[in-house]
Design a protein around this ligand. Structure first.
Ligand SMILES: [Zn+2]
Length: 203
């Protein structure tokens, strides 16, 4: 049987970053604010998690408050998990940086590309029972990590009460997909841990 998964929030500045640990295996979900690796490292130290123990990391999507320290973490030994849906979004992250804003550019040639369909097997090899789920709505490259326990890491997937009419169909479909796959408890990129929202529309 797989080890129980512990979940520790190492977030700062209104964003949540989650360290999932199963035995000695650690996976970081969302990767810090651009140019603020020092703050992320300080949070990790405060929670007694040496950065060098983070073997793998995943960004729910490539915005500067979710994937900002990806390359800084890679330089300290983390392997970056990327799904094919995310590849094109990585270089575009730079487009929203202000002039002179510090940021370590993410290399594209050394990431671990994990197709969604193979994610269950990939995660199992790391000691985690679960899967990646493509959950567009906030952005096309948004991916959620759903654990077998029903705990799901959704990044910025829009709450149904806040979605625009334009995005409603896509957002609702993403929440429905997660619910159908067994999601129960939401660890979002911002705000407290909460239950799955009641989604509008047909089941
Ligand atoms: Zn975002």
């Amino acid at each position: 049987m797989a080890d129980a998964v512990s979940i520790v929030n190492v977030g700062y500045r209104s964003a949540n970053f989650w360290v999932l640990s199963a035995g000695r295996s650690r996976l970081l979900v969302d990767l810090g604010w651009a140019g603020m690796f020092g703050a992320l490292d300080a949070e990790l130290r405060r929670k007694d998690i040496p950065v060098g123990e983070i073997g793998h990391g995943l960004a729910t999507h490539y915005h500067i408050d979710h994937a900002g320290c990806a390359q800084d973490l890679k330089q300290r030994g983390m392997r970056l998990i990327v799904t094919p849906e995310q590849v094109a979004a990585i270089p575009r992250m730079k487009d929203v940086l202000k002039p002179g804003q510090p940021y370590t550019d993410i290399a594209l040639d050394d990431n671990v590309i994990v197709p969604i369909a193979e994610s269950r097997r990939f995660l199992a090899a790391l000691g985690f029972e679960g899967q990646l789920v493509h959950t567009p709505g906030h952005s096309d490259d948004s991916v959620s990590l759903l654990l077998e326990s029903g705990e799901v890491f959704t990044g910025d997937l829009t709450h149904p009460q806040l979605m625009t009419e334009k995005a409603a169909a896509v957002v609702t479909a993403s929440w429905t997909r997660l619910r159908d796959l067994g999601a129960r408890t939401v660890h979002a990129g911002h705000g407290p841990v909460r239950p799955m929202p009641a989604t509008a529309g047909p089941n």
